[in-house]
Design a protein around this ligand. Structure first.
Ligand SMILES: Cc1ncc(COP(=O)(O)O)c(C=O)c1O
Ligand SMILES: N[C@@H](CCCC[NH3+])C(=O)O
Length: 463
C-alpha cells in the first residue's frame, strides 16, 4: 500500500510518521459497503445501524467490546457460493474462521457443507445437527480419539495430511469395520501472494504431502492399498487472503497432473479434487475481492481445461471458503476509553478490547478500517492508531486510520470485516473476557455466543 503525506489534522506535523496510509476518505462518515456487512447504514442522526438496529442501543444492551454478525448477509453469502458452484460441486464452509451452533444451522439450511479441523469443531458441528456425511475433517495432527470419533460419526471425508495418518485412519476404520472416504492433502509448491504465516502450499511447512519428489504419488499408492480407506480425491490449499487466481491455476494444474499419473499407474480416475479456501475479502477500501461466481467460473474452467488436456473426466470440485463467507458479515464494536495525541506522530485511541479479540493485526500485520459509529462528525481527519487495553505495545487493532479530530472518550468505534479469525482466535490474555457474538436480523438481535464472565475464568482455575 502506498505511503504518502496527507494533512493529518490539526494536531499533527506536516510530515507523517512511518505507516500505511492512503488519503483520508473524503467523508469520514461514509461506511463503504465494500467493507461493511450488507445491512449496515447510518440513520438520519448519523448513528450507524445494522439490520435496522442502532449501534448505540446495541452497545447499551450487549456491552462492548462485542461482535455483531449480520445473519442476512451471512446467509446471502452462503447462497451466493452454493449457487456459483452449482449442483456439480461442493462448498464446504471452513469452520475455523468462526463456528458456533447457530452458524452450523444456517449452513445446513443454506445447503452448505462444513470443514472442521479439530475435535471441538467436530463436536460443535454434530451437536448442532450437521449430518456427518456433510462434514470434512482436516488437520495435520489429528489424535486417535479425534479420528475415532470422526469415523464413528460417519464424516463424509477425512483429509489425510501425513504418511502416519494414512495408516492411523485406515487402522481405526478397519477396527470399526468401516471403509472411510478420504482425500490426500498435497502441497503443490506454489508461493501464494499473501502473508508468510498464512501461505500453505510452499514445501517448507507443516501441512500436506509434497507433490515434489513423488511423495504424494507414494501416499496415493499406500492409501489405495489399504482396505480401511476409500480414496476419493486430492486436496490442496494454497493459503489465505488471496486475490490473485494465478496460484489456484498452478495448483489445479499440478493436482490434475497427479490425477493423470494416478490413472496411468493404477488405472483409477479419482473422482474429486478440493482446491481449499483462501479467497480474500476487503478489509479496507483498497481491497478488491472477486465475487463467488467469478471464482467458480475461473476454477471450473481451469480444471476442465487441464482435465481435457490430460484426457481425464472432469472430477467433482470442492472449495472451502471460510473468511470469504463470514469475514465481511461482522464488525466489532468498541468504546473509546482514552485519546492520547502524540505531537508530530499520531493520536493513540485506546478501546476496551484489543489483541484478545483481534490478534490478526499483531500476528499478520493485517490492515483494518475503523469508523466512529455512535455519531456523525464534521471534524478534520486525525491520523490515529486504534489500540487495545492489553499490557503489550504491539496490542494494535488498527495500525493506521483517520478518525475525526473531535473523537472523545465514550464514543463508539466499529471495526468492520471481523467475522473471520477474530472470535475464533480470541484469547484470555490479561484475563480478558472474550466478547459475545450477537446475531442481528430484521430488527432483532440475539446472542449466539455469550460473553465470558469472571466466573468462567475462575471456574477453570482449580488450584
Ligand atoms: C485446509 C483449509 N481449508 C480452508 C481454509 C479456509 O481459508 P479461508 O478462511 O482463508 O477461506 C483453510 C485456512 O486457511 C485451510 O487451511
Ligand atoms: N487465521 C488466519 C488464516 C489461517 C487460516 C487457516 N489455515 C487469518 O486470520 O488470516
Amino acid at each position: 500500500m502506498s505511503r504518502s503525506a496527507h494533512p493529518a489534522g490539526p494536531r499533527h506535523a506536516d510530515v507523517l510518521p512511518e505507516g500505511h496510509y492512503t488519503a483520508p476518505p473524503a467523508d469520514l462518515n461514509t461506511l463503504d459497503p465494500k467493507v461493511w456487512a450488507r445491512t449496515v447504514a447510518r440513520d438520519e442522526q448519523g448513528i450507524a445501524t445494522v439490520a435496522g438496529l442502532r449501534v448505540t442501543d446495541l452497545a447499551e444492551e450487549f456491552g462492548t467490546p462485542a461482535y455483531f454478525l449480520d445473519e442476512t448477509d451471512f446467509r446471502a453469502r452462503c447462497r451466493a457460493w452454493a449457487d456459483a458452484f452449482g449442483p456439480d460441486a461442493d462448498v464446504f464452509y471452513a469452520g475455523k474462521a468462526f463456528l458456533s451452533r447457530a452458524i452450523v444451522r444456517w449452513l445446513y439450511e443454506e445447503g452448505l457443507n462444513l470443514d472442521v479441523c479439530s475435535g471441538g469443531e467436530l463436536a460443535t458441528a454434530l451437536s448442532a445437527g450437521m449430518p456427518a456425511e456433510r462434514i470434512a475433517f482436516h488437520g495435520n495432527n489429528k489424535s486417535e480419539a479425534e479420528i475415532l470419533r470422526a469415523v464413528e460419526a460417519g464424516v463424509g471425508r477425512i483429509v489425510l495430511d501425513s504418511f502416519q495418518e494414512i495408516v492411523r485412519v485406515a487402522h481405526v476404520a478397519r477396527s470399526l469395520g468401516k471403509r472411510q472416504r478420504v482425500q490426500i492433502r498435497v502441497t503443490v509448491g506454489v508461493e501464494a501472494h499473501t502473508h508468510e504465516f498464512i501461505a500453505t502450499a510452499h514445501e517448507d511447512q507443516k501441512f500436506g504431502i509434497a507433490l515434489a519428489g513423488g511423495q504424494a504419488a507414494e501416499a496415493v499408492r499406500r492409501a489405495l492399498a489399504l482396505d480401511g480407506l476409500e480414496l476419493i480425491g486430492i486436496h490442496s490449499h494454497i493459503g489465505s487472503q488471496i486475490f490473485d487466481m494465478a496460484g489456484f491455476e498452478v495448483s489445479a494444474r499440478r493436482v490434475v497432473q497427479l490425477l493423470a499419473d494416478v490413472r496411468d499407474e493404477h488405472g483409477v480416475e479419482l473422482p474429486e479434487i478440493d482446491l481449499g479456501g483462501g479467497l480474500g475479502i476487503a478489509y479496507t477500501s483498497e481491497d478488491d475481492p472477486r465475487e463467488p461466481h467469478e471464482i467458480a467460473k475461473a476454477l471450473s474452467e481451469i480444471v476442465t481445461r487441464e482435465c481435457e488436456a490430460a484426457g481425464l473426466r472432469t472430477p467433482r470440485i470442492s472449495v472451502e471458503p471460510g473468511r470469504a463467507i463470514v469475514g465481511p458479515t461482522a464488525f466489532t464494536l468498541y468504546r473509546v476509553g482514552t485519546v492520547k495525541p502524540l505531537e508530530g506522530l499520531r493520536t493513540y485511541v485506546s478501546v476496551d478490547g484489543g489483541m484478545s479479540d483481534n490478534i490478526r493485526t499483531a500476528l499478520y500485520d493485517a490492515e483494518y478500517s475503523v469508523s466512529l459509529v455512535s455519531r456523525a462528525s464534521d471534524a478534520e481527519p486525525m491520523l490515529s492508531r486504534v489500540v487495545g487495553k492489553h499490557c503489550e505495545s504491539g496490542d494494535i487493532v488498527v495500525r493506521d486510520a483517520f478518525l475525526p479530530a473531535d473523537l472523545a472518550p465514550g464514543d463508539l468505534l466499529a471495526v468492520p470485516a471481523t467475522g473471520a479469525y477474530c472470535r475464533s482466535m480470541a484469547s484470555n490474555y490479561n484475563h480478558a473476557l472474550r466478547p459475545p457474538v450477537v446475531a442481528v436480523r430484521d430488527g432483532e438481535a440475539r446472542v449466539i455466543v455469550r460473553r465470558e464472565t469472571e466466573e468462567d475464568l475462575l471456574r477453570l482455575d482449580v488450584g
